[in-house]
Each structure stands twice: as structure tokens, then as C-alpha cells.
Write a protein of this length. Structure first.
Length: 336
């Protein structure tokens, strides 16, 4: 059975391809390599013994996208491709809307014309904005604070409307919390472009000596130690959640919105300490003002994923930090 993975050479996509191959799916990747490298294909091959079929195509090019469906019998699509930097989305919103929305529209049009009606979409906990309480369940109201988040919210709506217009579709909207870590082989992981915005990639660069110290964005939140609390989830757990979601989509029609998180929250300082332990390095830090747009606490209610998909996260924060560090040490320049 062929699964098309858009953005499959990227961070979460490459880990998901590994798990799909392990489950004997035929994996076809489409990516324009904007934020990833062909080397990811070799790494997937080294881990699994299978080289996925690859199309270097921009999803904005609908004609080329058609070719993939013409040449393959695609049963379902996992749609990771998109831009993901929150800060950048505020400076170049039109580029984000164009890339993140038009790619989804093109993909859905082509899927429909080839009668491929199962899609798993990468959404984000960012669609919950500043939640009124925690844990956050899937019925919480949506609101966003930046163009990136708005593209996720719009994409969810587009896919819901698609189902309303055609009840043969199966749409799974996966709302990820904070993915970190790497495959335990150390062969695939996250390769941030430029200065990392996210906490763990930044801490990793402090540990390797690429950055002097961590800037902790505020310690006056109403949390365990005043620093922001998030639900960090191992990227392999996240990948396994996609396998469960694809299997569910094979047997059910409709739209499901599902949180993928651990249900546990860790503060910035707790993550820093866990990473220091994993790496054996001192992580220097300074407390700064709050980062605009940040919220105090965010963690998932994970009941729905358990009940509907039979999935729950297994890896703890120590394993996440150990695997991230293993990847950093083995790939000082990332997957290139
Ligand atoms: P990533 O940047 O590593 O992977 C995305 C891939 O999409 C890249 O390989 C990029 O080259 C490709 N791509 C982008 N635009 C494309 C286009 N027009 N045509 C073809 N390929 C294109 O990102 P990731 O961390 O693996 O995230 C995957 C998805 O999950 C994204 O949609 C992201 O918004 C979402 N998400 C990520 C996080 C996170 O913290 N990493 C959290 C929530 C949601
Ligand atoms: N933080 C620091 N210093 C840094 C980076 C982050 O103190 O250098 C703090 C933040 O203030 C926050 C926590 O670490 O309290 C986590 O920040 P991240 O930037 O790693 O993650 P966010 O929760 O802000 O956002 C991330 C992605 C979003 C996604 C969201 C939920 O960037 O795209 O997780 O999935 F929507």
C-alpha cells in the first residue's frame, strides 16, 4: 500500500517514513528540499534497508504533483510540507499563506481527482492560542496569534469543508505539542536553519559550544519555577502516532482532530537541567524579558488519542534529551 509523505525529508517526516517502512508501507516522498536535504533519504535507507521513492517537487506546482498520482497508486497522504517558523511568519506572512495554504489546496484538488481520499495533516497546538486552562482537549476554542498558526487553523478548516462536501473523505488533523529528540540511531534529527527559535535546538547549540548561553524568556509566569511550561514529545512517539492515524483513516470516514502530546508539562529550566544531564555539559543561561506571544503553560489532554487511535507517548524527557544529544554529537552540521 503506497503512502505519499509530503515534506518527508524534513524533521518529523523523515522519522515518520522510518516507522511507515517498518510497518511495510510503500513510502513515496515529495519535498522541494527547501528545509531539508536529500541525505535524509540515505539515512532512512541506512536505518530501514529501504530507499523511499522520491520526487523533488514543489507542491505549489500542481502539474508536477499530478505526475506523482499518475505514476503511483496512492492510498493515503500524510501532509507535513510547509513553513514552520513563527517569527518569520510575522515578517513574511504572504509567503507563509501562499506556501502553507496553496500547497494544501493543490494537494486536495489532485487527491480528489485521483480518488485518493485519506489525509493526515500536521496541525499544531498553536491553534489553541492562549488556552483558558490546561490540560487542553480537542474541543477547546481555536485562536491564533501569528500567521503561521493561522495557516494551521485555515488548513484545518479547508480539510473540514472538503469532508463536508464529500463524505468519502477521511481527514485526521493531528495537533502536535512540542516535538523534540531524534531517532536513537543518531542518523536523523532536526537541522535548524540559522539561529534556532525553539528551546531544545537552542540548548543543543549551547551544549555543543555553538552558542554562549540560553536566553530564558521570562521567569515570572505562574508556573513551577516561573519559566514557561510545555508538553515536549519525542519525535519517534509522534511518528508512531502518524502510523496509528493512517491505520484509523483506512477504516473510518469523517474528520477527527487529535492531540499528540504526552500530557506532561516541563518548564524551561527543567528541560535545561535534563539536557545538561544528558550531555554532561553545563548549560549557561540568563533570564530575559518574556518573549512576545508566549503563553505560560501548554500541555495536552491525551485521552482522545488513547481512545480513538490506541496511541500514547512512551518516551520520557531523559530519553528525548539523550537522543537529541546523540544526534548533535554525530551530526555537528545536521543531516546534510
Ligand atoms: P521541516 O521543515 O523539517 O519539514 C517540512 C518539509 O516540508 C521540509 O523538508 C521542506 O523542505 C518541505 N516543504 C516546505 N514547503 C514545501 C513545498 N512548497 N513543496 C514541497 N515541500 C515543501 O518541519 P517539521 O518540523 O518536520 O514539521 C513538519 C510539519 O509539522 C510542518 O507542517 C509543521 O508546521 C508541523 N509542526 C511542526 C512542529 C515542530 O515543532 N517541529 C510543531 C507543530 C506542527
Ligand atoms: N524558550 C526560551 N528560550 C529560547 C527558546 C524558547 O526560554 O531560546 C522558552 C519559550 O519561552 C517557551 C518554551 O521555551 O516557554 C518553548 O518554546 P519553543 O519556542 O521551543 O516552543 P513554543 O511552545 O513557543 O512553540 C512551538 C513551535 C510552534 C508550535 C508549538 C506547539 O515553535 O510552532 O510549539 O506545537 F505551534
Amino acid at each position: 500500500m503506497s503512502i505519499l509523505v509530503t515534506g518527508g525529508t524534513g524533521y518529523i517526516g523523515s522519522h515518520t517514513c522510518v516507522e511507515l517502512i517498518k510497518e511495510n508501507y510503500d513510502v513515496i516522498i515529495v519535498d522541494n528540499l527547501y528545509n531539508s536535504s536529500k541525505e535524509a533519504l540515505n539515512r532512512i535507507n541506512t536505518i530501514t534497508g529501504v530507499m523511499p521513492k522520491f520526487y523533488e517537487i514543489d507542491l505549489l506546482d500542481k502539474d508536477k504533483l499530478n505526475i506523482i498520482f499518475e505514476e503511483n497508486n496512492i492510498e493515503a497522504v500524510i501532509h507535513f510540507a510547509g513553513y514552520k517558523a513563527v517569527g518569520e511568519s510575522c515578517s513574511i506572512p504572504l509567503t507563509y499563506y501562499q506556501n502553507n495554504i496553496t500547497t494544501t489546496l493543490n494537494l486536495c484538488e489532485v487527491m480528489k481527482s485521483y480518488n485518493c481520499k485519506k489525509i493526515v495533516f500536521s496541525s499544531s497546538a498553536t491553534v489553541y492560542g492562549d488556552p483558558a486552562s490546561v490540560p487542553i482537549d480537542e474541543s477547546f476554542p481555536l485562536s491564533t496569534t501569528n500567521p503561521y498558526g493561522t495557516t494551521k487553523m485555515f488548513n484545518e478548516r479547508i480539510l473540514e469543508d472538503l469532508y463536508i462536501s464529500d463524505n468519502e473523505f477521511s481527514v485526521i488533523l493531528l495537533r502536535y505539542f512540542n516535538p523534540i529528540g531524534a531517532h536513537n540511531s543518531g542518523l536523523i534529527g532536526e537541522t535548524p536553519n540559522g539561529i534556532p527559535n525553539n528551546l531544545v535546538p537552542y540548548i543543543a547549540q549551547v551544549a555543543t559550544g555553538k552558542r554562549d548561553f540560553l536566553r530564558v524568556w521570562g521567569n515570572d509566569y505562574n508556573t513551577v519555577d516561573g519559566t514557561g511550561v510545555r508538553d515536549y514529545i519525542h519525535v519517534v512517539d509522534l511518528a508512531l502516532g502518524h502510523i496509528k492515524a493512517v491505520k484509523y483513516a483506512m477504516n473510518h470516514l469523517g474528520v477527527e482532530k487529535i492531540n499528540l502530546g504526552t500530557g506532561n508539562g516541563y518548564s524551561v529550566l527543567q528541560v535545561k537541567d535534563a539536557y545538561a544531564k544528558a550531555s554532561g555539559k553545563d548549560i549557561a543561561f540568563e533570564i530575559m524579558d518574556r518573549r512576545p506571544g508566549d503563553i505560560a503553560t501548554c500541555y495536552a489532554d491525551t485521552k482522545k488519542a488513547k481512545e480513538l487511535l490506541g496511541w500514547q507517548a512512551e518516551f520520557d524527557i531523559e530519553t528525548m534529551c539523550n537522543d537529541s544529544w546523540n544526534f548533535e554529537v554525530k551530526n555537528p552540521d545536521g543531516v546534510k
